[in-house]
Design a protein. Structure first.
Length: 193
């Protein structure tokens, strides 16, 4: 399969998968999911080897299928977001969460970076800052999270628009909204921000 589908054809694949016929869905989106897995691995400076890609691919498949395919049921066709963009966001967030948890477990990082402090002059470690940003990114919608992350990675707005198949003006709006939410979250966590 793996051909360019119309929006309606993509919705049919989702509905088929919700009704326990997921073969065509995963055949269509397997390469997209694996590409996103590799991009996230590289972002974490981790090796993008076939074994690791397959392992994380399976994590994403489980995420999509668990709780009676809740992820697919949450897809709202009326929002006119492309299914591939939605799958990209689901994959990106799942892989990011898995890798974050692995790194946290590996380094025994606690939630201490997320606690507000009474000492306004306290300097935060890099790990604490990373934890705080991860915490606040969870408050964003999947698309906001991806756009925010890509901006942080110094990607050009036009490249982000092309990647997500959106107009560049929409990317500016989404990024602005994401920045406001991040600023609000950070301000709530630390009164002096």
């Amino acid at each position: 399969m793996n051909e360019k589908l119309t929006f309606q054809e993509s919705i049919i694949l989702i509905n088929d998968c919700i009704n326990n016929n997921c073969d065509n869905f995963f055949e269509q989106y397997e390469m997209l999911i694996k590409d996103v897995v590799c991009k996230v691995l590289l972002k974490y400076n981790l090796d993008c080897n076939p074994t690791r890609i397959t392992s994380l691919y399976h994590e994403v498949v489980v995420e999509i299928l668990k709780n009676d395919r809740k992820v697919l049921r949450k897809f709202d066709p009326s929002r006119k977001i492309k299914v591939s963009t939605y799958i990209y966001a689901v994959t990106f967030n799942k892989v990011h969460n898995v890798l974050t948890k692995e790194l946290k477990d590996k380094e025994n990082i606690g939630e201490s970076g997320l606690e507000a402090t009474e000492n306004d002059n306290m300097k935060l470690s890099d790990n604490e800052i990373d934890n705080l940003i991860r915490y606040c990114r969870k408050k964003l919608s999947p698309v906001e999270s991806i756009v925010f992350k890509l901006y942080q990675d110094n990607k050009e707005p036009q490249m982000i628009a092309d990647l997500l198949d959106k107009k560049i003006g929409n990317i500016f709006t989404i990024n602005s909204r994401a920045n406001e939410k991040m600023k609000e979250c950070l301000s709530q966590r630390f009164n002096y921000l």
